[in-house]
Design a binder for this molecule. Structure first.
Ligand code: FES
Ligand SMILES: [Fe+2]
Length: 394
């Protein structure tokens, strides 16, 4: 969708975001309330980089299919017979029917429900029943070749299916390298690959009435801890947190006093190579545009923000435990406790996100201010967004 960005946000407003934090303003209210801007962001912001679409665990078996919505675009995630994951536009080459509208854990192929054209898991069109008349499955001048599904560039990392809609972002490895290197201080790559998802204590979902950007900026700062998360702040006080701003596509906060989960004397398995002098360190990083990550010695999590409209965001969270043994029954109470504590924390943020969203409609709001000390990561994200808006106007 093309829009005249400057009718919604002026270059002066974008310039104000880019100023040093002591003088900067945040993105104006229209960046959170304009429906036209929502589609602009899909194509020019989220679509041009690597955005989280779904979790690998949604495709349990080889031969599973799951539809996914990317800001109004119907996509299809597929795990082929060999276990590799593919993402396609969820649209039939014939008359443009939506191919898959609900998850299918054990599909034989990708068969269109309208006239039954059939695609394999690579998206290749295999059969076109009756295309040449009743009982005639071929027709002169038509070849299945070149009429397969349109694929979307994808990459799996930390069990997250990332997509690059525009197809021309730098390689995923390049995109993730700063974070991968940073977190090697805590856990080696082979250990990091030992993260496991449990069938019943790994997922939660939340729908919030707020723009996706508010969820990102709230997540990357710890400033609100004492007032929004009073119980978390008791064992992990704000004074023990630090800002994380070190590269382009992410920011966040860390703590030195993460309290390991423990239920009735049982603790979750931990990363074995995590340095002994950093046992209570944990980091929470907003990986722009829409993936929020947390890493602790005994578990990790990822939240994918799925913007549904400019004022509604679906949050999909997945928790990961360390090693296969962490999925044993004996750790079940620990896993539940971790899941419930995050459910509480994420739930506590909702009123703040929704309150900010409401106030973004106010003529009394013109971007707001930043604490030059506490809001450094949020300002970093605002600048990232403003740069992408500006780039699309030149
Ligand atoms: S629209 Fe899919 S087979 Fe006709
Ligand atoms: Fe919070």
């Amino acid at each position: 969708m093309t829009i005249n960005l400057q009718e919604t946000i002026s270059l002066t407003e974008l310039d104000a975001v880019g100023k040093p934090i002591t003088e900067a303003k945040g993105m104006p209210g229209s960046a959170y309330t304009s429906e036209a801007l929502f589609y602009f962001e899909r194509d020019q912001v989220l679509g041009k980089t690597w955005a989280g679409l779904g979790f690998e665990s949604e495709l349990v078996n080889n031969g599973s299919l799951a539809p996914a919505d990317f800001m109004g675009l119907p996509l299809l995630m597929a795990r082929d017979r060999q276990g590799s994951i593919h993402v396609f536009h969820n649209v039939c080459s014939h008359r443009g029917m939506t191919l898959v509208s609900e998850p299918k854990p054990q599909a034989r192929s990708i068969r269109c429900p309208y006239h039954s054209w059939d695609y394999d898991f690579n998206g290749d069109l295999k059969t076109t029943p009756f295309i040449g008349g009743v009982g005639v499955n071929h027709v002169k001048g038509f070849s299945c070749e070149n009429n397969g599904l349109k694929s979307v560039r994808s990459h799996i990392w930390m069990g997250i299916i990332f997509v690059n809609l525009s197809g021309d972002a730098p390689d995923f490895e390049h995109f993730i390298a700063p974070l991968a290197q940073r977190w090697e201080t805590f856990v080696s790559r082979p250990s990091f690959d030992q993260l496991h998802v449990s069938a019943s204590e790994s997922s939660m979902e939340l729908t919030i009435k707020a723009n996706w950007k508010l969820a990102v900026e709230n997540y990357c700062e710890a400033y609100h801890l004492p007032w929004v998360h009073p119980s978390l702040n008791k064992y992990s006080p704000l004074s023990e947190h630090y800002n994380i701003v070190f590269t382009d596509d992410m920011s966040g906060q860390g703590t030195y006093v993460y309290t390991l989960s423990e239920v009735a004397g049982t603790e979750l398995p931990q990363f074995e190579d995590w340095p002994k002098d950093k046992i209570r360190h944990a980091e929470y990083i907003s990986l722009y545009p829409n993936v929020l990550l947390g890493l602790q010695i005994d578990h990790a999590f990822a939240m994918i923000l799925q913007p549904q409209s400019c004022e509604t965001t679906f949050e999909k969270v997945q928790l990961y435990y360390v090693g296969e043994k962490a999925l044993d029954d004996r750790y079940q109470a620990c896993r539940s406790s971790v899941l419930e504590s995050w459910r509480q924390v994420f739930g506590e943020d909702v009123f703040a996100l929704e309150g900010m969203q409401k106030a973004r409609h106010s003529p009394g709001f013109s971007g707001g201010l930043f604490s030059p000390v506490m809001d450094v990561p949020s300002h970093h994200f605002h600048q990232w967004v403003a740069e992408r808006y500006s780039a699309s106007t030149t």
